[in-house]
Design a protein around this ligand. Structure first.
Ligand code: HEM
Length: 416
């Protein structure tokens, strides 16, 4: 529907949900004018209707904390630690190697059991979950524990509604949404049962000043040291600070896993069939702002929610030749993508898989590193990867918080 509206109204248009304006921005030029040139005005985020953290804490996770000092504190804690590739240790490199082995072993096992045919998404999810839980908790967990954690994360994901993600739900339907509360509570409890023992074990090692702590930098270690304002909001120097509770830490770890596992899995599956898609991000605007669009000024009112259709930006036919074609050479010298910066630090935006501006994904460097490592090594191990006879590869996507394949890839695979 959004693509039809773009064809009719152009790359910026507003939908009204009740009296609330929801603006859609669908090209790189407008994304640059707003997210980069007026970055502070577009750096807020609307409060979610219901967040897992609402159940037992006054803190929200990084991606839905309002722009301000608490967001800065939480973001700095993540960005300066585990997602910073310069902090990688020998153990994190080992964990990466183990994740690759898990991916290859799992694909081989599936291929042997099914006459060479695999549905790679299962092995990808298993391997990426192993990698991210290891980085989150600082320890290579048993594969069956990783799978249990992954299944709880899948449960959480199933509660997300696309209209909710795009802020397109009017307030009158909110009571219907609250029907999901019991399911959310159930998932939350499963999470606490699984994660709290792991967090306690890590805390004990830290208290004993165990050498194991130094072996691998982890997100949990940084959360155990973090102090946040008691009211969860202000964070000025006069504010009283507190440690994070175990429940807070579960929320942050869950969000870390959610934010890192699913987009990386989707990216790996699309890479396997040589196609790419994106994600969408949304902003709450801090003041009225005029944006130039097609020589006209477009007013974005204060408080409006702005959704950026990242997929649309990356597939813009006025920027990319044959955008749906897999042509990696377009990123080589002389290609139209030669200068492209996925971290959007340049004067123009041609693609923004990790968003842009102040709320840009803090895990982009880590994600690129892991994806490049897994893809390069995986390609090395493949003798043959082709479509299954009689089964067309279906490139339809399942739009949501990230764009996954609607019908998972089935492939015939031979590994060395
Ligand atoms: C292929 C992998 C990934 C993709 C495509 C991706 C994409 C994105 C996008 C589009 C956003 C929204 C930016 C915005 O709201 O303006 C985002 C935010 C975020 N991502 Fe990622 N991401 C990936 C991997 C990761 C990883 C590995 C981590 C952490 C380990 C991570 C943590 C986050 C966090 C915490 C935010 C919220 C930032 C904020 O609101 O300040 N992501 N990501």
């Amino acid at each position: 529907m959004l693509h039809r509206l773009r064809a009719k109204y152009g790359p910026i248009f507003t939908l009204y949900v009740g009296s609330r304006p929801v603006v859609f921005i669908m090209d790189g030029d407008l994304a640059h004018r707003s997210l980069m040139e007026r970055s502070e005005i577009f750096a807020d985020r609307p409060r979610p209707i219901l967040a897992t953290s609402d159940l037992n804490t006054n803190l929200l996770t990084i991606n839905n904390t309002s722009y301000g000092s608490v967001w800065r504190l939480l973001r700095r804690n993540l960005a300066s630690g585990v997602v910073n590739p310069c902090k990688a240790t020998k153990s994190s490199t080992q964990v990466q190697r183990m994740a690759l082995d898990i991916l290859l072993k799992s694909l081989k096992k599936e291929a042997e059991a099914n006459g060479g045919i695999v549905v790679p998404v299962h092995s990808i999810q298993h391997s990426v979950s192993f990698l991210m839980t290891s980085l989150c908790f600082g320890v290579a967990l048993d594969e069956d524990v990783v799978d249990k954690i992954k299944n709880v994360q899948v449960g959480l994901l199933s509660l997300v509604d696309n209209r909710y993600a795009l802020n397109l739900l009017p307030k009158v339907v909110l009571p219907l949404f609250l029907r999901r509360l019991p399911k959310l509570k159930q998932i939350r409890q499963a999470h606490e049962e699984l994660l709290i023992p792991i967090i306690r074990a890590r805390k004990k090692l830290a208290a004993q000043k165990s050498e194991q702590i130094g072996l691998m930098i982890s997100y949990v270690d940084s959360l155990l040291k973090l102090r946040v304002p008691v009211d969860g909001v202000t964070g000025t120097t006069t504010t009283v600070l507190r440690e994070l509770s175990e429940e807070d830490i579960v929320s942050f770890c869950s969000k870390f896993l959610d934010a890192s596992i699913w987009p990386a899995c989707a990216a790996l599956e699309w890479i396997m069939i040589m196609a790419k898609e994106g994600d969408q991000i949304s902003d709450g605007v801090k003041e009225n702002v005029m944006i130039m669009a097609d020589h006209h000024e477009y007013l974005i009112p204060k408080g409006a929610v702005v959704n950026y259709l990242v997929t649309s930006v990356g597939l813009d036919a006025s920027v990319w030749e044959e955008p749906l074609e897999f042509r990696p050479e377009r990123f080589m010298p002389g290609g139209e993508g030669e200068e492209v910066d996925v971290n959007c630090g340049k004067s123009e935006i041609k693609m923004m898989p990790f968003g842009a501006g102040r709320r840009m994904c803090p895990g982009s460097d880590l994600a690129m590193l892991q994806l490049q490592y897994l893809v390069a090594n995986f390609v090395n191990e493949i003798v043959e990867l082709k479509a299954v006879e009689g089964m067309e590869v279906d490139l339809s996507d399942q739009a949501g918080l990230f764009v996954a394949m609607k019908n998972p890839l089935h492939a015939r695979i031979t590994l060395s």
